[in-house]
Design a protein around this ligand. Structure first.
Ligand code: RM4
Ligand code: MN
Ligand code: MN
Length: 426
């Protein structure tokens, strides 16, 4: 299935007039307060978030997995699904491949397909948290940190292979997330595990093309429950520094212990020029991988406020690789992704509304009340007309969810693919 421009325009028709009224009203109010509405809309239009190739299928837990039918059963179909979301939202212009779940068979064809849908290849993700069929060594007790040199070598080689695959597609970064750690006190020697990990990452780094970056993700627990080798941003930052200037930390929103001040982490990393990637999701308890903005939208806004500040004030920090890292257990993944993209854009738009000069002045005066007023004024603004306008200008849908349903996307996919297809992934 492919959504044509005229289909989108048809679904936009009925809402166009009221959109125009809402947008004009908001734009007028914001302009009076000194905001540059045109610049904000243009920033929203340019903001693109990668969809991981594992997020198009039904997620699940260790207790079960429930299909919603019509799942993509090949990489090509996954890219087509991203194309559908992208045509409606104009925000999902990239795919992040997970190897080996989604190794292309025909590189030229996959590139052509993505090209035709305006989708770029973002970071490639390695996987040393599962044993692959026919693999000689097992990752049961770790990969890059393993006590066995043969295991470490296999994991290093896998990462080099992933770089090679990404290179053929035009990717420019490798994301490394390790499940390495221990489940019980005394199981591993912390120092040895960290030292092995650092050396292994350095070996991978040596194989990184000049214009590539390596993004090092951290996570405090799961699947290991006593310790994780790269447990927090400090460890990731330390490893990135040890590897070199092309290595960065990656923040995944779900990879923090409850109540961590993620916005502060973001701000410190950007000050040091070491924030390279960002994974969006939301959570109540741990790495829940829920729809972005569904649980803690104010925290998301505060994080975006620091991201915007960093993008405006920290030229030492590179452009970030943005990705949604969520899992869809009870919703249609495409609808869930559309909701996530909307939440991301909403938080971004609100952060762009913060009057940085006014905030700085209030901070210098230690006017705590004013500081809060400034942030909350931006947060309480209903920015949805700005998002709709950015989409309209880019040729997207005024309301992607409504258009998705009106166009009967899921039913068509079920007709085309059948009910019982299964996507690769977790
Ligand atoms: C991990 C981590 C990685 C993702 C895997 C599937 O918890 O978030 O980014 O590749 O899940
Ligand atoms: Mn992640
Ligand atoms: Mn995760």
């Amino acid at each position: 299935m492919k959504i044509e421009q005229n289909h989108i325009q048809d679904t936009n028709k009925s809402g166009l007039q009221s959109h125009k009224e809402n947008f004009d009203f908001l734009a007028n109010n914001l302009s009076k307060k000194g905001a540059n509405v045109e610049a904000i809309v243009s920033k929203l239009k340019d903001f693109q978030v990668a969809i991981p190739s594992w997020a198009l299928g039904a997620g699940g837990t260790r207790f079960g997995r429930f299909s919603f039918y019509g799942e993509p059963s090949s990489l090509e179909q996954k890219i087509q699904d991203i194309g559908l979301i992208h045509s409606l939202t104009q925000t999902a212009g990239a795919v992040s491949l997970h190897i080996p779940w989604d190794i292309p068979q025909d590189y030229a064809a996959v590139k052509d397909l993505a090209n035709g849908l305006n989708i770029k290849f973002d970071a490639v993700n390695s996987n040393t948290f599962q044993d692959q069929k026919d693999a000689k060594e097992t990752y049961k007790y770790g990969s890059l940190s393993n006590t066995s040199e043969a295991v470490r070598q296999q994991a290093i080689q896998h990462n080099l292979d992933v770089i090679n695959i990404g290179n053929k597609l035009g990717s420019k970064s490798l994301t490394v997330w390790l499940a390495d750690g221990s489940c019980f006190p005394g199981q591993t020697n912390f120092q040895t595990a960290l030292q092995h990990t650092e050396n292994s990452l350095k070996d991978i780094y040596k194989g990184l093309p000049d214009d590539w970056s390596m993004l090092i993700e951290y996570k405090p627990y799961e699947p290991n429950f006593y310790s994780t080798v790269i447990q927090d941003w400090g460890t990731s930052f330390m490893l990135a520094n040890a590897c070199g200037e092309k290595a960065y930390s990656l923040v995944d929103l779900g990879h923090h212990l409850p109540n961590s001040n993620i916005e502060q982490i973001v701000s410190v990393l950007m000050l040091k020029g070491k924030l390279g990637g960002f994974h969006f999701n939301d959570s109540k308890y741990g790495d829940d991988d829920l729809t972005v903005g569904s649980i803690k939208p104010y925290a998301l806004f505060l994080i975006f406020n620091e991201l915007v500040y960093g993008m405006q004030n920290n030229p030492q920090n590179p452009d970030l690789a943005w990705m949604i890292d969520a899992s869809h257990n009870v919703k249609d993944p495409l609808e869930d992704l559309i909701q996530s993209l909307e939440a991301i854009q909403e938080a971004y738009a609100k952060a762009l509304l913060v009057d940085q000069a006014e905030l700085k002045a209030a901070q210098l005066n230690n006017d705590v009340v004013k500081c809060q007023e400034i942030l909350q004024d931006a947060y309480r603004t209903d920015v949805r007309p700005l998002l709709a306008e950015a989409r309209r200008l880019a040729g997207g849908a005024l309301s992607p969810i409504n258009a998705y349903r009106a166009l009967g996307v899921r039913d068509t996919l079920i007709e085309e693919r059948g009910k019982h297809t299964v996507a690769t992934g977790l």
